[in-house]
Design a protein around this ligand. Structure first.
Ligand code: SF4
Length: 401
């Protein structure tokens, strides 16, 4: 408790901010420009905007948001697939709340629910299993959206469904892996980033070593950090210092939670139930081996096989095939175990893709605060609690005319 109080101590925060600003000034002076830092975590984005850090450091540090919000990076085609599941008779779609209002091309889960579809918000994958157990006449499709943090829990939910002998539970897995998309971002070379704040909760599973390539291969420093203001200020200070001294190693600044090798048990759970394949990311397109898909031996729990690809379900599941016109789901690769899902068009005028690649901040989108607000979201970055547009709108200066 003393430690927690310390991490939220305003006086300590103010003193730390003074030191960070001083360090930022030295680095900016040496570079002859503002330092560009990227946070790759929606919770960090929320903290940075809610504390006003991005404004307070303006002119010295430019903070960009990367692909750190799992709802935001979910591809448009994947959202259309989720909507297609709601139209299957006897299916209940179970989802975390953030997905419900994400706009698809012409609809959303919320709109489908208003039209009579069964869309149930759950707070954990285990809740979705319980829903299936308690409703044996319905098929429950859980939308598996998230990064390394969520995937082990979803793996356990499949295990739980198997132990209960449930034949009416499946997962639409669009889980994504953060290290591959970081590599894709850096390989693209579109945005100059001087340093990264790395997501503490993802690193708790992957370990900080999973991100060592950022320093080793690209010569850019990065710091794994937690989620309090003091955590973030501390990480900013360390990062700025590393930029100043030219030390490019990745630092684990969240040692009380993150081990260098990560959570081995969680990694095993993921390996047991998922294989990695190419995945489509909003803003990035296909990123090699960046998605987690359910292994063949758990096919009966894979909503894609059960409904979309029409593979036989040995448990006697639904004899239905859903193939929305704008989705092309195909098997690829010699082993036949790698799916590629093609994307669909983005909402007109929405620049979420560029935002997720760090090319713009929300104010760079002409729709921000005008046509696109939390009440009338055009893109996912305005919907999700972890989305940069929602955070900037909530805590920044929204355009009101
Ligand atoms: S402001 Fe709205 S339309 Fe623009 S990038 Fe953000 S979510 Fe997309």
């Amino acid at each position: 408790m003393i430690v927690l109080n310390k991490l939220n101590d305003p006086q300590l925060g103010r003193e730390m901010f003074r030191i960070v600003k001083e360090q930022a000034g030295q680095v900016a002076e040496r570079l002859g420009r503002a330092v560009t830092l990227m946070e790759v975590c929606g919770t960090h984005t929320m903290n940075i905007t809610s504390t006003g850090l991005h404004g307070l450091l303006s002119g010295l540090v430019e903070l960009r948001s990367g692909p750190g919000c799992p709802v935001c990076v979910t591809a448009a085609g994947e959202i259309e697939q989720m909507l297609a599941f709601t139209r299957v008779p006897r299916v209940t779609v179970a989802t975390f709340g953030d997905m419900v209002r994400v706009p698809g091309l012409v609809s959303s889960l919320e709109m489908e629910r208003a039209r009579g579809a069964r869309v149930q918000i759950v707070y954990s994958p285990a809740d979705a299993v319980a829903l299936a157990r308690d409703n044996p006449t319905r098929e429950v499709v859980f939308l598996g959206v998230g990064f390394e943090t969520t995937a082990p829990l979803v793996a356990l939910s499949i295990n739980q469904a198997a132990n209960l002998g449930l034949a009416n539970f499946s997962v639409y897995s669009v889980h994504k892996l953060v290290p591959p998309v970081m590599r894709a971002l850096l390989n693209a070379g579109e945005v100059r980033v001087d340093g990264f704040l790395l997501p503490g909760h993802v690193c708790a599973v992957t370990g900080s070593h999973a991100f060592a390539f950022i320093g080793e291969d690209y010569g850019i420093p990065a710091v794994v950090t937690g989620f309090t203001t003091v955590d973030i200020l501390d990480a900013l200070y360390v990062l700025l210092k590393k930029i100043h001294t030219g030390d490019n190693r990745v630092v684990n600044g969240y040692r009380w939670v993150v081990r260098d090798e990560g959570n081995l048990q969680a990694q095993e759970a993921m390996k047991d139930y998922f294989y990695t394949g190419d995945a489509f990311w909003r803003g990035f397109g296909v990123v090699n081996c960046s998605g987690l898909f359910i292994k063949e031996k758990f096919a009966r729990y894979d909503a894609m096989r059960k409904f979309v690809l029409g593979e036989p379900d040995s448990t006697g599941g639904l004899d239905l095939v859903v193939q929305p016109a704008n989705i092309a789901a195909s098997k690829a690769g010699a082993s036949g175990d790698c799916f590629t899902i093609n994307n669909a068009a983005e909402p007109r005028g929405c620049r979420c893709g560029e935002l997720l690649r760090g090319l713009i901040t929300p104010e760079g989108c002409a729709l921000f605060g005008r046509k696109c607000t939390p009440a009338t979201p055009v893109g996912p970055c305005m919907v999700s609690a972890e989305g940069a547009c929602a955070a900037y709108y909530r805590y920044g200066a929204a355009i009101t005319n």
